[in-house]
Write a protein that binds this ligand. Structure first.
Ligand SMILES: Nc1ncnc2c1ncn2[C@@H]1O[C@H](COP(=O)(O)OP(=O)(O)OP(=O)(O)O)[C@@H](O)[C@H]1O
Length: 264
């Protein structure tokens, strides 16, 4: 699914929070949304997910303006994994993942065979099969995060929007999730703070600052030391390994990173 955002603005009375954002995401692309705290990433994602009504501008899914669409229509196209979404604490893990099937079912109908297959596959994909009967309230932060991602997969959307989906995950699960996002045919827009992870797995990076997009391109084009200094106020040292993966180390301005000296 293609996503087009044209001159989008959103805010609260007296304050524009998302300003003049224009963005194109092609079907199947994995796009990383990066930027400092408060730069507007979550607000933009919430607008694209239909949870915020733009003050002005247009959002199109495959060329269709989503203004006026209800949540069911949107959920049949796009899933949103929020930064700190919670779920009803009486539910079990499989029940939470089953919520992903809601846009396709009548409210009074039980889950059918197809629903069960899709739910089982999503649990398996996120390594949650053994936890399927566990009560939600007993899960760790990372297990909850994986269950919310499994719910999004069970929704079988054309596009997945994710807000900091790795922030509770250990390294192995971070890499597994980013592999999944990078290899799926679905269109992915993912907000990330880990710039090395974003550079390694995303086709494109969109950098936000002050509510607007200030750079949009390949990781190598967007992540320059000068830009990271200007936007994040850090000194960045960017290297490229033989496979072309960027690795970034940082220091605060004026603080030198101690490097190991000769031993012996
Ligand atoms: N409903 C709201 N009322 C008031 N201010 C808001 C509201 N929603 C967002 N903001 C403010 O808008 C700015 C952008 O917030 P947003 O959550 O989009 O940033 P972000 O880039 O996702 O940040 P982070 O990296 O910290 O998650 C912040 O200063 C935030 O405090």
């Amino acid at each position: 699914m293609n996503i087009e955002v044209d001159h989008l603005e959103w805010g609260i009375p007296g304050k524009t929070i998302v300003r003049d954002v224009t963005l194109r995401i092609r079907s199947g692309e994995t796009v990383g949304l990066i930027g400092p705290n408060g730069s507007g990433k979550s607000s933009l994602l919430r607008c694209i997910a239909g949870l915020r009504k733009p003050t002005s501008g247009v959002i199109r899914y495959d060329g269709q303006d989503i203004q006026g669409w209800n949540s069911r229509q949107i959920a049949q196209q796009a899933a949103f994994v929020e930064q700190s979404a919670d779920s009803d604490s009486d539910l079990r893990v499989a029940d939470v993942v089953a919520l992903g099937r809601t846009p396709f079912r009548s409210p009074w109908k039980a889950l059918d065979r197809t629903d069960q297959i899709v739910i089982d596959a999503a649990l398996e994909r996120l390594e949650l099969t053994e936890l399927r009967s566990r009560e939600w309230k007993t899960l760790s932060g990372g297990e909850r995060q994986r269950a919310h991602i499994a719910r999004a997969l069970a929704q079988q959307p054309w596009c997945i929007l994710l807000d900091e989906p790795t922030n509770h995950l250990d390294i192995k699960h971070q890499l597994a999730l980013m592999d999944l996002l990078a290899t799926t045919d679905q269109t992915i827009l993912v907000a990330l703070h880990d710039l090395s992870l974003a550079a390694r797995y995303c086709d494109r990076l969109v950098l936000m600052s002050g509510g607007t997009v200030i750079a949009d391109g390949t990781p190598g084009e967007v992540l320059t030391a000068e830009r990271l200094r200007n936007v994040f106020d850090v000194e960045a040292h960017i290297t490229s390994d033989p496979l072309g993966n960027l690795t970034i180390s940082y220091s605060r301005p004026g603080v030198t990173i101690a490097t190991p000296g000769p031993t012996g």
